[in-house]
Design a protein around this ligand. Structure first.
Ligand code: PLP
Length: 441
């Protein structure tokens, strides 16, 4: 145990102290600068120390730091909801504000369940989600998540969730299938799972639009989510899209699902919503779900002390206004092309790089011990941890993930740099990653 009273993620070593952040850089107490190329975990979309966000937070603290939502609403929460609904996919008319991604997923699961209770279908009690997914670490979110390593020791505490295949073309699309046929096959698998459980028993299908924390950026094949949406509609099952990591501009549109031509019933957002300036997440809901709760019990049976925290809402509102004012979604699309090109140029022929995939400024590199067989490295080697350490030593923060416990999928590195990164900075990120990989392999 190290000399600290904080319970850190790793109990046997004390991480360096972060003392400052400006733009795409973080600085530690020894004066070393790091490029924040994963934005924490795809959090820091505007970089650090953005003056407009800081000013909005200061102004809100001066006005009102906190008021409990059982007594009050606030101007800033109303304005943020207006902003999010104005820019949301069709029919998403309301926002529910929480403190982060896991809380957003918990709230979405409960809202979906309550919706069916309110409309007279209380027998619906089951969720279907995907293997190789991540939805957060609270018990409900962990239960729908498909990360075997994170779930393992808590398994007896988790609700029973059916897990179907992720959309993972690099590993699971068959040689005789087009991407479209593969997507249709996955939708049929979902259909079969719903029928097996009993269509009138299922509340919702839960999926990350673009898989992130467990699978190193899984971009869906064309038509997959449209087919999934059709299956859900046919059975009266809700579609919950988790855009905690891939949403709020990260993929080049405000919501990743815009590029897949689907509108969910509930959508979770967090991370880039507040850009790390404050902890905040939200559930965006279709009007009919909120209307059902309103016409029924008249309240949503949920609640946390910090719902709609004014300073968090002020930070998020400022972040979203900067993104809009500065045309940053367009910048993400252009910068994403540049980053993807740069990664492919530097690593495309590398004998241990199996796949490079991404959308917008959200990229994953999957590592293999041997390319032809797509063989993952032995998980015991903890390659992802070595890459993280080598990158850190070179002043680069990346988000690495290990392979699955059953050894089926390999190690990944995820990149999610701030939207304000320049092309030259993106090239520096790729250069340092290339060096880190070389040193770690
Ligand atoms: N959902 C997704 C898709 C995520 O990637 C994450 C975090 O990485 C979460 C939920 C949980 O969010 P948080 O860590 O803010 O609780």
């Amino acid at each position: 145990m190290s000399e600290t009273h904080v319970i850190h993620r790793h109990l046997h070593r004390l991480p360096p102290r972060a003392v400052g952040g400006r733009g795409i850089y973080l600085r530690d107490a020894a004066g070393r600068d790091y490029i924040d190329a994963s934005g924490g975990a795809a959090v820091s979309c505007l970089g650090h120390g953005h003056p407009d966000v800081l000013a909005a937070m200061h102004a809100q603290i001066d006005r009102l730091a906190y008021a409990h939502t059982s007594f009050f609403t606030t101007e800033v929460a109303e304005e943020l909801a207006d902003q999010l609904v104005r820019t949301a996919p069709a029919g998403m008319s309301h926002a529910y504000f929480v403190s982060g991604g896991s809380e957003a997923v918990e709230a979405a699961l409960k809202m979906a369940r309550q919706y069916f209770v309110e409309i007279g279908q209380p027998q619906r009690s089951r969720f279907i989600a995907r293997r190789q997914s991540y939805h957060g670490n609270t018990l409900g979110a962990l239960a729908v998540g498909g990360n075997a390593w994170r779930r393992a020791q808590f398994a007896p505490l988790l609700i029973d969730v059916e897990h179907v295949a992720p959309c993972y073309p690099y590993r699971e699309q068959r040689g005789d299938e087009t991407p479209e046929q593969y997507g249709q096959r996955l939708a049929r698998e979902l259909d079969e799972a719903i029928v097996r459980i009993g269509a009138d028993q299922v509340i919702a299908f839960v999926a990350e639009t673009v898989g992130g924390a467990t699978a190193g950026v899984l971009t869906p094949v064309p038509g997959y989510f449209k087919a999934v949406r059709e299956v859900c509609d046919r059975h009266g099952v809700l579609l919950i899209l988790d855009e905690v990591m891939c949403g709020m501009g990260r993929t080049g549109t405000l919501h990743a699902c815009e590029q897949d031509g689907v509108v969910p019933d509930l959508m979770t957002i967090a991370k880039g919503l507040g850009g790390g300036y404050q902890p905040i997440g939200a559930v965006l809901a279709q009007g009919r779900i909120v209307e059902a709760m309103s016409a029924g019990s008249g309240f949503f049976q949920h609640g946390h002390t910090y719902l709609g925290h004014p300073v968090a809402c002020a930070a998020a509102l400022a972040v979203q206004r900067v993104i809009e004012r500065d045309g940053l979604l367009a910048r993400v699309r252009v910068a994403g092309e540049h980053l993807g090109g740069s990664l492919r140029q530097a690593l495309g022929d590398h004998p241990h790089v199996g796949d490079i995939r991404g959308r917008g400024l959200f990229w994953g590199v999957e590592l293999v011990s041997e390319r032809a067989g797509k063989t993952p490295f032995d998980p015991e080697r903890k390659l992802h941890a070595r890459i993280k350490a080598e990158a850190f030593a070179r002043g680069l923060l990346v988000y690495p993930m290990g392979g699955t416990v059953d050894g089926r999928y390999g190690d990944h590195v995820l990149l999610a740099p701030p939207f304000v990164s320049t092309d030259a900075q993106l090239d520096t990120i790729v250069g340092r990653l290339q060096d880190a990989l070389q040193a770690a392999l």
